[in-house]
Design a protein around this ligand. Structure first.
Ligand code: CDP
Ligand code: MG
Length: 742
């Protein structure tokens, strides 16, 4: 029918009706419609399209409209504040009220599990009590780098001290703490794990707080196991045991969002649970009527449905799976925002937040939103529990998360986007109810929520490559890995593949004992595979420097290019086919151009990413220098090894990578698809962004028989990303004879 409008607006109750419906309703808000119309007219027809001025027909991206249905039966069971208190804002954090009881409980218990709603003050306040009221030295772990840095910054401001002095942080490749002065250190769980290597009794600290324990990262789980043992050696009582020196007592605080906290209590022999009653306003949950094929597009539409129909203040928080999605959506939103400038429409303040975001930009999400704006936060699941952003009223949740999964049968790890657990999406919804009643729009159906989602997220230890953990535990003297206390155990195939992997790399010998190389691997701040690559590059070929550059670059390929999808990579360096060599060439060219920003712009490379690469590279270089062994091996080749011939440099580089990543070799089959040599049934294809596939498209090149890839990404297919051809089959046997038997 002619007058049917297909843009849907929610009414006071949050039910979405059509604009026409709304027009016919008494007291329809004219300004809203006007705004809508004007906004729409100012946008290019690609995005929004208006037919006729008297009908408010409004189409976003030509066709898309998302229908939501409110969930009337099950309105946020977590809410515990009645609607009437919504007006009066209580500025005191929930934890502040509990301070005396909390400190008492901490004094009395060696292990205390603190459970509380996200945003109640566990991360920022609790460690301050320990430092200021008890005079303890404290380490507080975080699963995420961004959380560690941003919280440390916040707390140093609250305590009015310089960041890096009394309060500091340590994350991989970035240490802002001071051995002498730091009494409160926020540290990633992985980095605290490394501290065990230098000091297995953690004598520096009086109290360890394992924060965000519900995330169940691999490092957190292993830390809990190590701490369980350590607490026995550093008990609360003056009981000296039979040792001659008296060790200071050590306390452990585990803090967790509300999901599944009793598991921690059981693990620590019935340790006390301390509940911090939080405040939370009701959140109305809305589901889509049908599954959305393209959730990014659906998110975009939903943002505008909210933005154009809901008053400010009321910020929007969107959960996305990674930096690439965030950057993509960010650029589209910025673009539309510009076009909205001359309309009555309220401008949006679009703020991304993800792990790799530079620190100055991280601060943006915490700044209060000006009354004339609406903030739209595009976040990874870092905003699920680790960071609390004030002012969020609307949450948009596609219900996905990106995880790395290890396939023990093949030894391959793949990145894939998977549905979240119920616990996660409920947690996400709760983020809308911190300042007042909120709304959560789920880009999936109610049926899917009820029937398809797992109850809890899978702990990382049950789905990841545990090689580096095996190495760490063995070097800490854990004799029997199967006896080591863990909340959840890795499967036997995972364990045996992990051991096999270490044997392949030379970190373990055939008796299963840790080797000299194994100790170096363990000490190295990256995966053992990378150390193997560097070691071989130095020892066999004397090409440590270029390989180091590639290793550093490989840590940052996600955000290297400004617009990777539309990039003509093939023309950058005409003779290069290998992504690894491309990375090396990009780095070298950047250096030759004095690390200039304009060079980056011209070449569509993100200069911030290059600065991060430079930092990583410097630290890896320093690492190698400090362990003179690697340097000595490299230098024994002198200057006259391979430098003159680019072909032989490339072959040395590729051979080094083969030795470190034997599981990442793919061999072409008859159907043109790649498989691992041990003929697993997983077929892989080249990622369209890999230089080889760019060249195959343009130059009609024949496919390479053997490929070494760096990452496997599972989307519609198993895509190999960052690939290099292996030009000669015999390189495989030459580098990893134990694995590539003929
Ligand atoms: O750890 P938990 O989720 O219990 O709370 P928190 O992270 O300690 O946050 C307590 C309060 O501090 C929240 O209201 C946050 O919004 C605020 N906060 C902030 O404004 N800026 C930061 N960088 C960190 C926290
Ligand atoms: Mg916290």
């Amino acid at each position: 029918s002619k007058y049917e409008a297909n843009f849907h607006l929610p009414d006071e109750k949050g039910n979405f009706g059509t604009v026409t419906d709304k027009l016919n309703k008494k007291g329809a808000e004219q300004w809203e419609l006007l705004q809508l119309k004007q906004a729409a007219q100012n946008l290019s027809t690609d995005e929004i399209y208006v037919k006729g001025s008297d009908k408010y027909e409004y189409v976003f991206d030509k066709e898309t409209v998302i229908d939501f249905t409110p969930d009337n039966e099950n309105v946020d069971p977590g809410a515990n504040v009645s609607d009437d208190s919504a007006g009066k804002q209580d500025l005191e954090l929930p934890i502040t009220k509990m301070k005396p009881q909390l400190l008492e409980a901490i004094d009395k218990n060696q292990v205390l599990i603190v459970v509380g709603e996200t945003g109640s003050g566990k991360t920022t306040q609790l460690p301050q009590y320990l430092v200021l009221d008890r005079n303890w030295k404290v380490a507080c772990t975080q699963p995420r780098r961004v959380a560690a840095t941003s919280v440390a910054k916040r707390v140093s401001e609250e305590m009015n001290v310089e960041l890096g002095q009394e309060v500091g942080y340590t994350i991989r490749f970035d240490d802002k703490s001071n051995e002498q002065t730091t009494v409160l250190k926020y540290v990633t769980d992985g980095m605290l794990l490394r501290e065990f290597l230098a000091d297995s009794k953690l004598l520096k600290y009086d109290c360890i707080m394992i924060d965000e324990a519900h995330e169940r990262t691999l490092s957190t789980d292993v830390l809990l196991g190590l701490l369980k043992e350590l607490l026995k050696i550093r008990p609360l009582t003056g009981d000296k045991g039979n040792g001659d020196e008296q060790l200071r007592p050590l306390r452990l605080i585990i803090s967790s969002a509300t999901m599944n906290a009793s598991k921690f209590s059981e693990f620590f022999d019935g340790a006390r649970l301390f509940n911090v009653p939080g405040r939370r306003f009701p959140v109305d949950i809305h589901y889509t009527l049908q599954p959305e094929a393209n959730y990014i597009q659906a998110v975009l539409t939903t943002i505008f449905q909210i933005h154009l129909s809901q008053p400010v203040p009321g910020d929007i928080l969107v959960f996305l799976t990674g930096q690439d999605e965030i950057e993509y959506l960010n650029s589209i939103l910025q673009d539309i925002n510009c076009k909205l400038q001359d309309t009555n429409c309220i401008p949006m303040l679009i703020t991304p937040i993800y792990g790799n975001l530079p620190q100055d930009q991280q601060a943006e999400i915490f700044k209060p939103t000006p009354a004339t704006h609406r903030k739209v936060v595009l976040a990874t699941n870092i905003a699920e529990t680790s960071l609390t952003i004030n002012g969020i009223k609307y949450v948009i949740d596609p219900g996905f998360v990106k995880i790395k999964t290890f396939i023990p049968q093949t030894g391959m790890s793949q990145l894939s986007t998977v549905p979240c657990s119920k616990a996660s999406v409920d947690q996400r919804a709760g983020r809308a109810g911190r300042v007042g009643p909120g709304k959560c729009f789920r880009i999936f159906t109610k049926w899917s929520y009820e029937h398809e989602l797992e109850l809890l997220p899978q702990p990382e230890i049950s789905r990841t490559n545990i090689s580096s953990v095996i190495l760490l535990l063995m070097s800490l003297g854990v004799k029997n890995l199967l006896d080591f206390p863990l909340l959840d155990r890795p499967s036997i195939p995972q364990l045996s593949k992990g051991l096999e992997n270490l044997y392949l790399l030379g970190g373990l010998n055939s008796k299963g004992q840790i080797t000299h190389l194994g100790y170096i691997m363990n000490d190295f701040p990256c995966e053992p595979n990378f150390l193997k690559v560097l070691y071989v590059a130095a020892d066999k070929f004397g090409v440590l420097e270029p390989v180091l550059t590639i290793v550093a670059m490989l840590h940052e390929t996600q955000a290297l290019f400004s617009n990777e999808k539309n990039l003509d990579k093939a023309s950058m360096f005409p003779n290069v086919v290998s992504d690894h060599m491309l990375l090396l060439n990009i780095y070298n060219a950047w250096k030759e151009n004095n690390c200039s920003k304009s060079w980056c712009v011209v070449n569509k490379i993100q200069s911030k990413t290059m600065s991060r690469v430079e930092n990583i590279r410097k630290q890896l270089w320093r690492y190698c220098k400090n362990r003179s062994e690697i340097m000595d091996l490299n230098n024994k080749h002198g200057n006259n090894t391979v430098g003159s011939s680019p072909i032989s440099l490339e072959s040395c580089i590729i051979k080094s990578f083969i030795s470190g990543f034997p599981n990442n070799i793919a061999i072409i089959g008859r159907n043109g698809q790649y498989k691992q040599q041990n003929n697993s049934n997983i077929s892989m294809v080249l990622h369209p962004t890999s230089l080889i596939s760019c060249r195959m498209k343009t130059a009609g090149m024949k496919p390479y028989k053997i490929i070494l890839y760096h990452q496997l990404i599972m989307t519609s297919k198993e895509f190999m990303r960052d690939c290099t051809p292996v030009y000669k089959e015999e390189w495989l046997k030459e580098m990893v004879p134990q694995f590539f038997v003929s």
